[in-house]
Write a protein of this length. Structure first.
Length: 128
């Protein structure tokens, strides 16, 4: 899981200024339903990063892949984005999030919000 020490020194400073000592690699929310809480996790290995959701179901944990591993130059942080309408800055399309969404941010460089559609998540590029 992504830890604050995995971020660049500048990103560590920006993250702690904005969010305190909250872990940048985990966000809790209601990504599939209103109950129970689920956890979005940024998983890193070498220079690759993936996003998973861990959720409890019938006394066991299920893992869902939101974004498969991809090579990155800098690690992205995750945070909970609230339900609402998000506009993709590249295509102009509007996507409604009826549950919490996952903010996936390269600090100072761009934000993608992953919004649930049925049993998968669609990326919406919301800003730089």
């Amino acid at each position: 899981m992504l830890h604050i020490a995995d971020l660049t020194a500048e990103d560590q400073n920006l993250w702690t200024y904005a969010r305190g000592r909250v872990c940048p690699g985990m966000a809790k929310g209601h990504f599939f339903a209103t109950q129970p809480l689920e956890y979005a996790i940024a998983v890193v290995h070498g220079k690759e990063e993936a996003v998973l959701i861990a959720r409890e179901s019938a006394s066991k944990w299920l893992l869902n892949v939101v974004m498969p591993p991809m090579r990155v130059n800098r690690f992205h942080v995750v945070w909970t984005a609230k339900p609402g309408t998000y506009t993709d800055k590249l295509s102009g399309r509007k996507v409604e999030a009826t549950t919490d969404a996952i903010g996936f941010e390269e600090i100072g460089a761009g934000v993608t919000v992953f919004i649930r559609r049925k049993n998968s998540f669609v990326p919406v590029r919301t800003g730089d």
